[in-house]
Ligand binder design. Structure first.
Ligand code: GLY
Ligand code: MN
Ligand code: MN
Length: 361
């Protein structure tokens, strides 16, 4: 995604608001997807020091040319700087020079040793903060929605080819490679995670790795694949049966399909995320499959393949998010029964004003 000056300006303003609300004057951003969100910079290292008046993108010598072109294209919103010694020394220099008094770090991502090093320098009081950029990322903006929508269309086309790849005698790995090749042919830059092809008994393992096992008739096979398209992740699962299903397999499939339908029909703004999980879980429980569904119903998608919001059972220690238009997440109930096999069906949805749009039909 080529970010516009307008979109970066809006993102910086929103995140500055959250920074101030967290009681710090400056935010030191070290989580790479957060750096990418704020600046468009997608290197393998970097840091952002976001103060009330200045936003500094720090890059090492490998990225100076690319980052200078990027920041020049964004007018005066972001200043690019580089350094001689280390990222942390450069962060300390910026904090001191720009007169920060209280600087927040991203506690979920900064190693403890780096936190201690930054705090010990005494340039500013350095305090742990959480979810400052993520609060903004969870609601996708227009550029992001357009990108994810296109990614979803492309991934759905790969899914349409999938049944043709599942044939007797082929191995799980053969199929995984074909799915990855099909994603590349659809314009994805890389898989968003290790592709899952789980056949027969392996299908009852929710997160199996593809093996050299050959597929047989009468077996369920779970295909779970996703790709990164123009920086954004989409994620989809289908379950395929070779030959006629046994009654037990057909019942498992129908129960999961019904659970997924119920969850998708429940999505609308102002509802708690756990209500979506409950919609799927209630159906599976009614089919006697409550214990066969161990994982959550879904997860947010964006620059990362697993991000906010979590769509799962409410927990006393984790905030249950309220759904808002612009959130994008998966709906992926499954049921895993050793001796029968496993089924998972996963699609990606965008929350709209009055429900949701399925992005991976
Ligand atoms: N395979 C990762 C996921 O579906 O979340
Ligand atoms: Mn998946
Ligand atoms: Mn998923």
């Amino acid at each position: 995604v080529i970010l516009t000056t307008e979109s970066v300006g809006t993102r910086l303003a929103r995140v500055r608001g959250h920074t101030k609300a967290a009681g710090v004057d400056t935010l030191v951003v070290t989580h790479l997807p957060n750096i990418q969100y704020l600046t468009g910079f997608a290197g393998t290292a970097g840091a952002v020091v976001l103060g009330p008046d200045r936003c500094v993108l720090l890059v090492d010598s490998r990225y100076v040319t690319a980052a200078a072109a990027l920041t020049a294209s964004l007018g005066r919103l972001i200043a690019m700087e580089t350094f001689e010694h280390s990222y942390d020394e450069a962060i300390i220099d910026v904090l001191r020079r720009d007169g920060s008094e209280r600087a927040g770090i991203e506690a979920a991502y900064l190693p403890v040793s780096r936190f201690h090093g930054l705090a010990a320098a005494g340039a500013a009081l350095v305090v742990p903060t959480e979810r400052i950029v993520e609060q903004s990322r969870v609601i996708k903006d227009g550029l992001e929605i357009a990108t994810i929508r296109e990614a979803g269309r492309r991934l759905a086309r790969v899914a349409a080819e999938a049944p043709g790849l599942v044939r007797e005698g082929r191995t799980e790995r053969d199929i995984a490679w074909d799915l990855e090749a099909a994603m590349r042919a659809e314009g994805f830059s890389k898989p968003a995670f290790e592709t899952i092809v789980a056949s027969g008994p392996n299908s009852a393992l929710p997160h199996a790795r593809p093996t050299g096992r050959k597929l047989n008739r009468g077996e369920l096979t779970v295909l779970d694949f996703g790709g990164v398209y123009d920086g954004y992740c989409v994620d989809l699962s289908r379950t395929v049966q070779l030959g006629a299903p046994a009654d037990s397999q057909a019942r498992l499939f129908e129960a999961v399909r019904e659970a997924q339908d119920a969850a998708i029909r429940t999505v609308r703004p102002r509802l708690r995320a756990s209500a979506i999980d409950a919609a799927a879980r209630t159906v599976l429980e009614r089919h006697g499959l409550g214990a066969a569904f161990g994982h959550g119903t879904g997860h947010g998608l964006g620059l990362e393949v697993h991000e906010e919001p979590r769509i799962s059972r409410p927990s006393p220690r984790i905030v249950d998010p309220v759904l808002e238009p612009g959130m994008v997440f998966t709906i992926e109930p499954g049921a895993y029964v050793p001796g029968i096999g496993g089924v998972r069906i996963e699609d990606d949805v965008l929350v709209t004003e009055d429900g949701c749009e399925v992005l991976t039909r």
